[in-house]
Design a protein around this ligand. Structure first.
Ligand code: SF4
Length: 216
């Protein structure tokens, strides 16, 4: 089956299993950058607690930038790895200057991505999260769940770089379905195709999955 057609079959089966997510671009790219740093090595709950404490502590991102990383660290402590994440967040805010990233919405995706990837510690996944979730642009994040599920399904080669996985998933998707494909693979990775114990015998994708067929 051609790759694009196969991806659509995967998408449709996951839609039946988990529902169809609605894209709701929020137009807040700096928030998204900070959230992606806070989400590293923790769960969504701790990430959100840290984020809300940070927003309560500072009236604006400009105020956070004018403060010291230690103040950010104190605010985000419940999210884990606060010493590292606080410096990362401060360095991004410092590099951004006036925080005005609205131009990203109208720029060619490659240009917007290249700019984001010049920010300290920002790579393809974070850049794609910012473009997709802030403005609904066609850049599909390959996070740890999407990558694991994609490798097992044969969408990505096991040894392919993350850069190439991003390029590959962008090629397979279209602007109208990139968000759904990302969320569907993410949900599948969290709920069924988990890292340690994938539930292949009850998986809607098993007939399409070389890894799963070899296990059952
Ligand atoms: S069959 Fe198994 S390995 Fe393949 S997608 Fe489903 S849970 Fe993951």
């Amino acid at each position: 089956m051609a790759d694009r057609r196969r991806l659509l079959v995967i998408r449709d089966r996951l839609r039946k299993a988990y529902g169809r997510p609605e894209p709701r671009p929020h137009g807040a790219p700096v928030d998204e950058l900070v959230l992606t740093v806070l989400s590293q090595n923790t769960n969504d709950r701790n990430r959100d607690v840290a984020y809300h404490r940070l927003r309560d502590r500072f009236a604006s991102w400009a105020e956070a930038r004018e403060g010291a990383p230690a103040e950010i660290e104190e605010a985000i402590r419940p999210g884990g790895l606060a010493p590292t994440k606080s410096v990362r967040i401060w360095r991004i805010l410092d590099a951004l200057g006036d925080d005005d990233l609205r131009w990203l919405a109208d720029a060619p995706v490659e240009e917007a991505r290249d700019f984001l990837c010049t920010l300290p510690g920002v790579g393809r996944k974070t850049a794609a999260c910012v473009l997709l979730f802030s403005y609904g642009l066609h850049d599909v994040p390959v996070d740890t769940h999407v990558h694991r599920v994609g490798v097992r399904l044969g969408l990505f080669g096991e040894k392919e770089s993350l850069e190439r996985c991003h390029d590959g998933l962008n090629r397979l998707t279209r602007p109208e379905d990139g968000h759904e494909v990302h969320i569907a693979l993410l949900r599948h990775g969290r709920r069924t195709c988990t890292a340690r114990a994938p539930r292949c015998s009850e998986c809607a994708l098993v007939s399409l999955c070389p890894f799963g067929r070899a296990r059952i």
